[in-house]
Design a protein around this ligand. Structure first.
Ligand code: FAD
Length: 694
C-alpha cells in the first residue's frame, strides 16, 4: 500500500547467528550501509555450538577478538578413546593429540555461542564512526523482525548502482516473537531446536492484524540469508534451492552439566569418546567453569525419520548418558543448558541467486555435531563472502568476483558432508569385538581416521579451487561438475613458479611465522600484521638485502609497484578498528591507502639495514598527517626475547631467490611467483583480474 515505508540499504542480513554476525562484522569494518534482522527477541545466552577451530580463532583474531575467546575458553589438547573391554566395562585404550603441532598459534577451544555473540557485538561497535559511512551508527541487530517477501529484479542484477532485491519486513511485538518455553526455563534449549515446530508460520499468523505490527519495504543491493537450517530465505528463492543429501535424520541430545561422578574422566582427559555396543555413543567435551558437554546420539526416538518430540526430555537424554557410562555413576546438580536436535547431512544446490541474494551457514549445509564444525563452517562462509560483497559495493572489485563465493564454499560444504559421513560411521559404529569381526570398527581404524582428520577439522586444510582469485593449475579431482563452468582463469603456467614459496599454496591460508620488526626489534608473527580490513597484502620476500644486488632488485620492484599496481589500484577508507593506529577521527590518515598493502620480509642481518635510507618509499609510505609508516618491513632473524622464527624456512622461500606472495583480504594465498623482474607483469595481471584498476 502507499503507506508502507520504503528505504534503501546496501546489504540486508537475515538472521543473527554465527554466520550473520560474521557478515555484520565485515560490513561494519568496511563501512557498508547494512541492516541485520532476526526473528528472535534476544541473543543466545548459553549452549548451542561451542567448538572453535584453530582457523576460526585466527579469523577472529584478525578482527581483534581472537584473544578474548582464547582467554575465556577451555583449550582442547588431548583426546582419549574409551571402549568396552571383554567384560563390557569401558576402558581407556588410546590417547592422541587434538591438534597438529606447529600449524597455528591456536588449538581447538570451546566456549559457548552466547559468549561469542557478545564479542561480535563489541567488535562491531568498535568499527564506528567509519569514514566511508560517517553518519552511520553502530550496526544493531533489529530483533523480532521477519521477512515476508523477497524478489530479485533479474534485469537489474548486473547494474552496479541498482538495488535489485526487494524485501518486505514485518516487525512483531515481543509477545508474538517469544516462544513459551523461553519464559519457563532458561536452560531449556529445545525452543531453538529444529525439533520444535517451525515457528515462523505461527509467528506470522499470530501477528496478522495486530495493532503494533507494521511492515516496511527494504530495497537492497545484496541480501544474505543467514537464517539457519530452516532458512526462510532459501525457500523464498524457489524450488530450485533445495537441500540435497541423506534423507535420514539423526537425533542428538546435548547437555551442559557440572558432573558428579566416580568415573575419573576429570583432569588429564581432554576430550573423551566412548562407544559402547548396545547403549549408543557418547562424546564428552570439557568446558569452561567445570562444565562438560555431552553429545548423546538418541537411537530410540528416531523411528522411520519421524521424531516424537514429546518423548524428548532432559531426563531421557541424561538416562541415555548414564546407561553408556555405567557401571560408573553419573549425576549432576547444575545443568547450564540442554537441547536435542535433528540433523541430516545435506548441502544446498545453489548458494546464490544472480549473485545478489546469498545463502550462508546452516542455511546451505547441515551435518552432525561430532566434528564440531557447525559454527566454524558457518562463520567461514560469511568470512569468505563479506569482503567480496564489501569491495564490490565500494566498486573496488568487479561483480564477477562474487561467483567465487559459491565455487569456494560449496566445495567446502561438500567436503564437510563427506567427512561427516565417514566420521559418523566410525563414531556411531559398533566397536570391533576381535580382529575377525569385519563389520566392527577397530580402535586402530578409529584413531587413524581421527589423526588424519585434523587438517580438515582444524579448518587449516581449506584449499580453494582456481579462479580469478586463486592462480594455480586446476586440480580436477577437487572440482565438482557444477563448479567447472564458474572457474575460469586456472593458470597452468603458474605451476613452476609455485616453488618460489613452497609452503604458501594458492587457495590455502597464508601461514604465520615469527619475524622481527625492522624499525623497533619487536617480534611478531605475520598474522598479527594482517587485520581483516579489506586490504590485499603483497608480501615481498626480498632475500638478503644487505647484498647490493638483492637490495637493488627489491627497490626496483618498489618503483615498479609505485607506478603500476599502487597507482592504478583503488584506495580504501579504513575505520578505527580496521586500522588501530590511524583510524580515529582525530588521528586519521590524510589519504585513504591503496587497497594493496605492500610488505617486505628480508633475511639480512637487521642491523645492516637502515629502513628509511636504504629502502624505496613503498616500504615506508609517507602520509601528510601521520608521517612515515614504519610497520611494513620485517627481518627473518633472531629476536632479543623470543628466539628465531625461521620464517623463510617456514614459508618455503629460498633466501637466494626470494619470492612474491599475494594474499587476499581473507588471508588466503592468491598468487605465488618468483621475485625476478620477468614476473612483475604476472603480479599486475593478477590484480587486473581482481580489482577495478585505473
Ligand atoms: P543459526 O545459528 O541457526 O542462526 C540463524 C539465525 O537466524 C537465528 O538467530 C534465527 O533466530 C534467525 N532466523 C531464522 N529464521 C529467520 C527468519 N525467517 N527471519 C529472521 N531471522 C531468522 N552445533 C555444534 O557444533 N554443537 C552443538 O552443540 C550444537 N547445538 C545446536 C543446538 C541447537 C538448538 C541448534 C539450533 C543448533 C546447534 N548446533 C550445534 C548447530 C550450530 O549452532 C549451527 O551450525 C550454527 O549456529 C550455524 O550458524 P548459522 O548462523 O548458520 O545459523
Amino acid at each position: 500500500s502507499n503507506s508502507t515505508p520504503t528505504s534503501e540499504v546496501d546489504v540486508l542480513i537475515i538472521g543473527a547467528g554465527p554466520a550473520g554476525f560474521m557478515m555484520a562484522l565485515w560490513m561494519s569494518r568496511l563501512g557498508i550501509k547494512t541492516r541485520i534482522v532476526d526473528k528472535r527477541t534476544d541473543k543466545v545466552f548459553s549452549g548451542q555450538a561451542d567448538g572453535f577451530q584453530a582457523r576460526t580463532l585466527e579469523i577472529l583474531d584478525s578482527f581483534g577478538i581472537g584473544e578474548r575467546v582464547w582467554k575465556e575458553s577451555n583449550h582442547l589438547i588431548e583426546v582419549s578413546f574409551w571402549n568396552p573391554d571383554s567384560n563390557g566395562v569401558i576402558k581407556r585404550n588410546g590417547r592422541a593429540p587434538d591438534n597438529i603441532s606447529g600449524m597455528s598459534r591456536f588449538t581447538e577451544a570451546v566456549l559457548h555461542q552466547g559468549r561469542m555473540e557478545a564479542f561480535f557485538l563489541d567488535a562491531i561497535a568498535a568499527s564506528y564512526p567509519h569514514p566511508a559511512d560517517p553518519a552511520g551508527s553502530p550496526l544493531k541487530v533489529e530483533r523480532m523482525v521477519l521477512p515476508t517477501s523477497l524478489e530479485v529484479d533479474e534485469a537489474a542484477a548486473e547494474d552496479d548502482d541498482a538495488h535489485p532485491v526487494t524485501v518486505t519486513l514485518r516487525h512483531l511485538t515481543e509477545d508474538e516473537a517469544t516462544p513459551t518455553q523461553r519464559l519457563s526455563n532458561l536452560s531449556d534449549g529445545l525452543f531453538r531446536s529444529n525439533l520444535a515446530d517451525d515457528d515462523v508460520g505461527a509467528m506470522l499468523a499470530q501477528s496478522k492484524g495486530g495493532a503494533d505490527v507494521w511492515e516496511e519495504v527494504v530495497k537492497a543491493k545484496y541480501v544474505v540469508g543467514c537464517d539457519g537450517a530452516h532458512s526462510w530465505t532459501r525457500k523464498a528463492l524457489g524450488p530450485k534451492y533445495e537441500m540435497k543429501g541423506e534423507m535420514t535424520d539423526y537425533v542428538w541430545g546435548v547437555m551442559d552439566i557440572v558432573p558428579i561422578t566416580d568415573f575419573r574422566m576429570c583432569l588429564p582427559v581432554q576430550v573423551l569418546m566412548t562407544f559402547a555396543a548396545s547403549n549408543g555413543s557418547l562424546m564428552i567435551i570439557p568446558r569452561e567453569n567445570r562444565l562438560i558437554r555431552m553429545y548423546i546420539q538418541l537411537t530410540e526416538v528416531s523411528t522411520g525419520g519421524r521424531v516424537d518430540r514429546s518423548t524428548i526430555t532432559h531426563e531421557m537424554i541424561f538416562k541415555a548418558a548414564q546407561k553408556i557410562i555405567s557401571p560408573y555413576k553419573l549425576e549432576y546438580h547444575y545443568c547450564d543448558w540442554w537441547t536435542a536436535y535433528q540433523i541430516g547431512q545435506r548441502v544446498g544446490s545453489h548458494f546464490s541467486k544472480c549473485d545478489r541474494v546469498f545463502l550462508a551457514g546452516d542455511a546451505v549445509h547441515t551435518h552432525s555435531p561430532k566434528a564440531g564444525q557447525g559454527m566454524n563452517v558457518s562463520m567461514s562462509d560469511a568470512y569468505n563472502l563479506g569482503w567480496k560483497i564489501g569491495l564490490v559495493t565500494k566498486k573496488i572489485m568487479p561483480r564477477k568476483i562474487l561467483s567465487t563465493y559459491e565455487l569456494e564454499r560449496k566445495q567446502i560444504a561438500n567436503e564437510l558432508i563427506e567427512f561427516d559421513h565417514k566420521f559418523s560411521r566410525l563414531f556411531s559404529g559398533r566397536p570391533q569385538k576381535d580382529i575377525l569381526d569385519e563389520t566392527g570398527v577397530s580402535m586402530e581404524e578409529f584413531s587413524k581416521a581421527f589423526n588424519m582428520s585434523h587438517m580438515f577439522t582444524s579448518g587449516l586444510g581449506v584449499n580453494y579451487s582456481p579462479s580469478a582469485l586463486v592462480s594455480k593449475p586446476p586440480e580436477e579431482a577437487l572440482l565438482l561438475e557444477s563448479d567447472k563452468e564458474v572457474q575460469n582463469e586456472g593458470n597452468p603456467a603458474a605451476k613452476s613458479k609455485l616453488s618460489a614459496a613452497t609452503n604458501c599454496k594458492p587457495g590455502m591460508r597464508f601461514p604465520s611465522y615469527q619475524v622481527v620488526e625492522q624499525a623497533d626489534a619487536r617480534p611478531w608473527t605475520l598474522h598479527h600484521k594482517m587485520a581483516s580490513n579489506g586490504r590485499f597484502r603483497l608480501w615481498v620476500f626480498g632475500g638478503d638485502i644487505s647484498q647490493a644486488a638483492a637490495l637493488k632488485r627489491v627497490n626496483a620492484l618498489g618503483a615498479r609497484l609505485e607506478k603500476g599496481v599502487l597507482a592504478r589500484a583503488p584506495r580504501i577508507e579504513l575505520g578505527p578498528a580496521a586500522n588501530p593506529f590511524a583510524g580515529t577521527a582525530r588521528f586519521r590518515l590524510d589519504q585513504p591507502p591503496s587497497v594493496v598493502d605492500v610488505m617486505l620480509v628480508h633475511c639480512a642481518p637487521r642491523g645492516e639495514v637502515e629502513l628509511l635510507r636504504d629502502l624505496h618509499a613503498v616500504y615506508h609510505p609517507f602520509d601528510a598527517k601521520l608521517g612515515w609508516d614504519y610497520d611494513k618491513v620485517f627481518a627473518d632473524g633472531e629476536s632479543y626475547t623470543e628466539g628465531h622464527g625461521h620464517a623463510y624456512e617456514g614459508y618455503g622461500v629460498n633466501p637466494e631467490k626470494g619470492a612474491i606472495v599475494v594474499v587476499r583480504p581473507d588471508g588466503y594465498v592468491g598468487l605465488v611467483t618468483e621475485l625476478g623482474e620477468e614476473n612483475w607483469g604476472e603480479v599486475e595481471k593478477w590484480f587486473e583480474g581482481v580489482l577495478r584498476m585505473a
